[in-house]
Write a protein that binds this ligand. Structure first.
Ligand SMILES: [Zn+2]
Length: 313
């Protein structure tokens, strides 16, 4: 791909460019724009998307892309190009919210429409301006709704490039995760592009370990495709999970976890407790599976049916 064309602007090999894509105005009249950084080596190679903030409160993804750019790694590209978007959902970011102000989830609104809802317009901006220009992408997320995710890469089995990227990224956990209808990954797949998702930490809380794993993983992937001269060694074994399931609350009450994300668990093992505030009852939460906790809920007030632990095996 000789010329990258985004929103009418041409970026040639060897160039760097900062662009702002117009989305829609706030009620105040303030124009909301989506920031895009493009870094191009003179040598041809893959065009890689690094994106964060699809969910506006998922700060670890935003911080990973920001820190990666701050380190000046993009000045040392041997070949190919990087398209970096630290905050896709600017509306959610300024409202400390996952969604756009009408409550819709951008990551269920793909491919989007130019004259659709706000979430649909944000999705459409990515579908039309960004996806056609890139070869593959890494989309950085954070555990939603008070949940902590252990650093993990998600890809769909059967997509060989996604599997190659996931294995090279070498996050502590790697998870087979079929694409969801209306998601960024689904639209990318329909356009023959591969996107893997990284998840780590909790919303509105920066987790240094997650950020560190994210940056190291990006470097390993870029190195694997010949875009960087070196990359950090993998320091731990990656655990691979073919399946994952949520353990839900059997009763309502005050919840405390005994085991947390990252821990190995055995079938039947007690991993948390739910108690009524008046001590009428107290029940143990047991793991129905042997595997690893890939995400846990930190919220102490639980309704029957709420998701408590995400277990991979
Ligand atoms: Zn997310």
């Amino acid at each position: 791909m000789q010329v990258i064309r985004i929103d009418g602007q041409e970026i040639s090999p060897g160039e760097q460019r900062y662009l702002e894509l117009n989305v829609a105005r706030l009620p105040s009249g303030t124009q909301i724009t989506m920031p895009v950084h493009v870094y191009r080596s003179k040598e041809p190679g893959p065009v890689v998307l690094l994106s964060g903030g699809m969910h506006g409160d998922e700060v670890n993804g935003i911080e990973i892309v920001r820190r990666f750019l701050q380190k000046g790694i993009t000045d040392r590209l041997l070949k190919g190009s990087i398209v970096a978007m630290p905050i896709i959902n600017v509306y959610g970011f300024i409202n400390f919210s996952r969604d756009v102000p009408d409550g819709k989830d951008v990551n269920r609104s793909f491919p989007g429409k130019e004259d659709g809802s706000l979430a649909s317009m944000v999705a459409h901006t990515l579908t039309t301006h960004i996806l056609p220009q890139v070869d593959f992408g890494m989309d950085f997320h954070t555990g939603g709704a008070s949940r902590t995710n252990f650093p993990q890469i998600r890809f769909e089995e059967g997509d060989n490039l996604a599997e190659e990227i996931a294995n090279t990224f070498a996050a502590p956990f790697t998870l087979n995760s079929p694409v969801i209808k209306g998601s960024f990954r689904e639209t990318a797949k329909n356009m023959d592009k591969t996107v893997v998702v990284f998840e780590g930490g909790e919303t509105l809380r920066i987790d240094p370990k997650t950020v560190d794993e994210g940056i190291k993983g990006i470097k390993r992937v870029l190195h694997h495709f010949g875009m960087l001269a070196k990359a950090p060694m993998q320091q731990h074994k990656t655990h691979y999970f073919k399946e994952s399931h949520w353990v839900r609350a059997e009763v309502s009450g005050l919840f405390r976890h005994k085991k947390e994300s990252g821990k190995k668990v055995k079938e039947g093992q007690t991993i948390g407790y739910i108690s009524s505030p008046t001590n009428d009852y107290s029940v143990k939460v047991k793991s129905p599976y042997s595997g690893y906790i890939i995400g846990h809920n930190n919220f102490p007030l639980i309704h029957k049916g709420d998701a408590l632990f995400h277990i991979g095996f």
